[in-house]
Design a protein around this ligand. Structure first.
Ligand code: AMP
Length: 459
């Protein structure tokens, strides 16, 4: 099937062609005709499946077919509302709306908290067809009377499960209460818990049901595996796996630079060509390492998360987490380097008892359990006890998080939450854009975060 068979208007097909898309993804092939028909939709799809175009394209088609509507003051009225859990997603979705709608006379705006209200008020005053918003700020505008949602015809709840996880259920209910009863509603969610089903029952009217296989960084094309191993035997196990499996182009992740260096030395000493790539290396050394790795002359590249972020390599056959990252999202980024675009790949993690807490966090994030496979001869020693992991001046793991130099940071916290490192998705996100509960800095533990994320950011 190609895009022309889906019944989309020519300006949309042109925009799709400009993007270089040839064939619709499975969610698009199913969602686009369903949404064009005008009915409600409940779709199981997550980021990476092409879901955004799946709802944006038919939404734009329908809005363009009808022409603008005017509110009581004669302004272009909001006819489509897309609600997202985070400001990042809101911004991305609105960008997609503009990208796909660039040949149509439709206007859009993005609205989230953590930034001034006034520019948003000014923009609303000019009139807009499509609004992409996070719930908190949307409700702020509604309360202040700066937003009119009476003309909404299409309502999209994107990443509904994440919204519930983030504690937005009350806000969602409030938004539903101010929307017109008569509308087309589309709900997208990666998972279908009872809470999501209850929300769907409330929102959707005889919806079409679509579910596509997960296809993000933890796609099924990536075989994920955990090899439990003793703390002191990871290097040996890695060398054993590389040699035994005749692995080439292996990207290995360590948490810290010195760990990358030590591991590289060990591998070279054991007949495996390896180079470390991290911030302390000169640009020349990094470029050479990367070129050798890509050409196949270098068997193993050892990288830290930060170093890896800047390098253009993916579709690798083997990614190894020599150490699990303490930030679960980094796991998804790491293993996303393999198995892209339908290619098969393998992501193995060498996990010692100290890292069980990281593994739990990762499995929670990716919503699946990673199969454990002990390698014969490398069984973890019976009775090995977890020890704290030292990360620079911070110690995490058993006994909670401790900062070097005098006990700040607060006990029991999620390691990265209080680090203030400005990571996307942690404390750096403005509260009203839907920061993760407990992500607010200062060492607040994961349990007991604010009941309503973003509450503190609202006035
Ligand atoms: P999404 O799941 O909506 O976040 O989209 C994931 C990525 O897939 C985005 O970078 C899109 O630009 C891209 N994408 C969406 N639809 C297609 C398509 N039909 N063909 C190729 N890439 C696509």
């Amino acid at each position: 099937m190609n895009f022309t068979e889906l019944g989309l208007a020519e300006p949309l097909l042109r925009a799709v062609r400009d993007q270089g898309y040839d064939i619709p993804t499975p969610i698009q092939a199913q969602a686009i005709p369903a949404v064009l028909k005008g009915g409600d939709l409940m779709a199981g799809a997550q980021t990476g499946t092409g879901k955004t175009a799946g709802f944006t394209l038919p939404m734009l088609h329908r809005l363009a077919a009808q022409g603008p509507k005017r509110d009581a003051r004669g302004r272009v009225a909001i006819r489509a509302l897309i609600l997202t859990p985070t400001r990042e997603l809101a911004a991305q979705v609105e960008e997609s709306v503009r990208t796909y709608g660039k040949y149509l006379p439709l206007t859009s705006m993005v609205m989230f908290g953590g930034v001034g209200m006034q520019p948003q008020v000014d923009r609303l005053r000019k009139g807009v067809d499509i609004l992409v918003a996070t719930p908190g700020r949307l409700l702020d505008h509604h309360q202040q009377g700066t937003l009119d949602l009476k003309h909404v015809e299409i309502f999209v709840l994107d990443e509904a499960d994440r919204m519930l996880d983030m504690g937005f259920i009350h806000d969602i209910k409030k938004v539903l209460a101010i929307l017109p009863v008569q509308k087309q509603s589309l709900l997208f969610s990666a998972t279908f818990s009872d809470d999501i089903k209850a929300l769907a029952d409330r929102l959707l009217n005889q919806p079409a049901l679509i579910e596509v296989a997960r296809r993000n960084a933890t796609a099924d094309t990536i075989a994920q595996k955990v090899h439990p191993v003793g703390r002191e035997r990871k290097k040996e196990l890695l060398a054993h796996l590389i040699k035994g499996g005749d692995w080439h182009q292996v990207l290995v992740f360590t948490r810290m630079k010195h760990g990358a260096n030590r591991l590289t030395e060990y591998l070279n000493d054991h007949g495996i060509s390896a180079m470390a790539i991290h911030g302390n290396k000169s640009q020349g050394a990094r470029t050479k390492a990367l070129a050798d790795f890509k050409s196949g002359d270098l068997q193993v590249l050892v990288a830290t998360d930060i170093a890896a972020r800047g390098i253009d390599i993916d579709q690798l056959p083997h990614v190894v987490n020599f150490e699990l990252p303490n930030v679960p999202e980094d796991y998804v980024h790491r293993i996303g380097r393999t198995g892209r675009a339908g290619a098969t790949g393998e992501a193995v993690s060498l996990v010692c008892v100290d890292e069980d807490i990281f593994l739990r966090d990762i499995e929670k994030l990716i919503r699946r359990s990673i199969p454990r496979e002990t390698v014969p001869g490398f069984e973890p020693p019976a009775g090995e006890k977890a020890e704290p992991i030292v990360l620079g001046r911070m110690t995490i793991g058993v006994g909670g998080t401790r900062r070097g130099g005098g006990g700040g940071g607060g006990g029991g916290g999620r390691p990265h939450s209080g680090s203030g490192a400005g990571r996307p998705g942690s404390g750096s996100r403005p509260a009203s854009a839907g920061g993760r509960p407990g992500g607010g800095g200062g060492g607040g533990g994961r349990p007991g975060g604010p009941a309503r994320p973003g509450g503190s950011g609202r006035r």
